[in-house]
Design a protein around this ligand. Structure first.
Ligand SMILES: *[C@@H]1O[C@H](CO)[C@@H](O)[C@H](O)[C@H]1NC(C)=O
Ligand SMILES: *[C@@H]1O[C@H](CO)[C@@H](O)[C@H](O)[C@H]1NC(C)=O
Length: 350
């Protein structure tokens, strides 16, 4: 990528008010190289948020609607660490894919190892996904949103990087056999991105293991900026790059809290019965409704669709209209109560 374009990006971003996500502004005004990537950055961010929605479908907290919803991201909780990581991973993933598919003029497969021996019986060959490119460009775009010098900015940057590590950690080696009638005496192999779902699963596990960062508050408050930076560096200590970290305990996700950008669990769907549900899914009504002081309400909707279609020679298809009742369960307020408080057995941030 053209370096002057990147510098322009940095300058513009430092100037942009609130340092919010600005990709859409650039779509109209930026230089061509920037425009090319900006589209991928937007697509990647959105796919991160969609994956977040999937991963947290049956959790009390279920992700912001978009990465531009800044309110919910102002604190550095266990959940915002996931949002940062999955968004950063989504952007890196999309850029890397774009690169391998030949969508981008100035980048292609990573063939730097091709022809070299990779291991016993195999050589590097084919199109390895160019994660170095994806990592470099996505870092420039995503990390430039974080302009603060405080511990929260440091935590966000760490979690962005952990998201990018997840893309690399889940990569797979794929091989193809060669040799006489596919005897597989020689194989060529390349590395490929996993499905984005696997990256989501991996980061969900990292979310459950996230560590709270212990920053020396006294040193932060008393000190000059060098002192605070020292306190931040010390707090990071031996935390591995792959781990998610947070600063603040999670708020009560049962309750709506507009100032925190939280909707609460009222109105959320849960799974009551069904085959093949995981234990986590089977307990969703308890977790989202009962333990939040809400009751489970059954909602029935009638859906009309075509059925009993018959094919008449030639060439007509006649169908009947069939109606089907769909049953859904949602959390609803208890009659008489404020919907919270009593019969509340658990207040943890599940
Ligand atoms: C990159 O990939 C995304 C998702 O597949 C696609 O929507 C976007 O158009 C691609 N970007 C370019 C420059 O082709
Ligand atoms: C929203 O959260 C803030 C910060 O935790 C808290 O002070 C406030 O009381 C909460 N508001 C409601 C309505 O729960």
């Amino acid at each position: 990528m053209d370096h002057s374009a990147l510098w322009l990006l940095f300058l513009l971003c430092v100037m942009c008010p609130g340092h919010a996500w600005v990709a859409s502004n650039f779509l109209m005004t930026g230089p061509k190289a920037y425009l090319t990537y900006a589209g991928s950055v937007q697509v990647g961010t959105q796919s991160g948020i969609e994956e977040c929605k999937h991963q947290f479908a049956w959790d009390r907290w279920n992700c912001p609607d978009s990465a531009t919803q800044q309110k919910g991201l102002r604190r550095a909780t266990r959940e915002t660490s996931f949002v940062h990581a999955i968004s950063a991973a989504g952007v890196m993933y999309t850029l890397t894919r774009n690169c391998s598919l030949g969508d981008l003029d100035d980048c292609g497969c990573d063939v730097s190892q091709n022809g070299k021996i990779g291991g016993r019986g195999w050589l590097w060959g084919g199109c390895s996904d160019n994660v170095d490119f994806g990592e470099r460009i996505s870092k420039q775009y995503v990390d430039s949103q974080e302009t603060g010098q405080d511990s929260r900015a440091a935590v966000n940057l760490h979690n962005n990087a952990a998201g990018r590590q997840a893309v690399k950690a889940t990569m797979k080696r794929i091989c193809r056999c060669h040799g006489m009638s596919e005897s597989c005496s020689v194989q060529t192999c390349w590395t490929a991105l996993s499905d984005f779902r696997e990256i989501g699963n991996y980061l969900k596990m990292k979310h459950s293991q996230a560590q709270k960062l212990d920053v020396d508050k006294k040193r932060m408050r008393a000190g000059n900026s060098a002192d605070s930076r020292g306190a931040i560096v010390d707090a990071f200590g031996s935390i591995a790059q792959t781990e998610l970290i947070y600063l603040e305990d999670s708020p009560d996700y049962c309750r709506k809290n507009t100032s925190l950008g939280l909707y609460g669990t009222e109105g959320r769907e849960c799974l009551q019965h069904g085959e093949g549900l995981t234990q986590w899914e089977r307990r969703s009504c308890r977790r989202l409704c009962h333990e939040c002081g809400l009751r489970v309400e059954e909602r029935r909707t009638e859906v009309v669709s075509s059925c009993n279609c018959k094919f008449h020679w030639c060439c007509k298809v006649n169908c009947e209209d069939c109606s089907q009742v769909l049953v859904k369960h949602v959390c609803a307020r208890r009659e008489g109560g404020d919907g919270h408080g009593f019969r509340r057995r658990h207040r943890g941030p599940k």
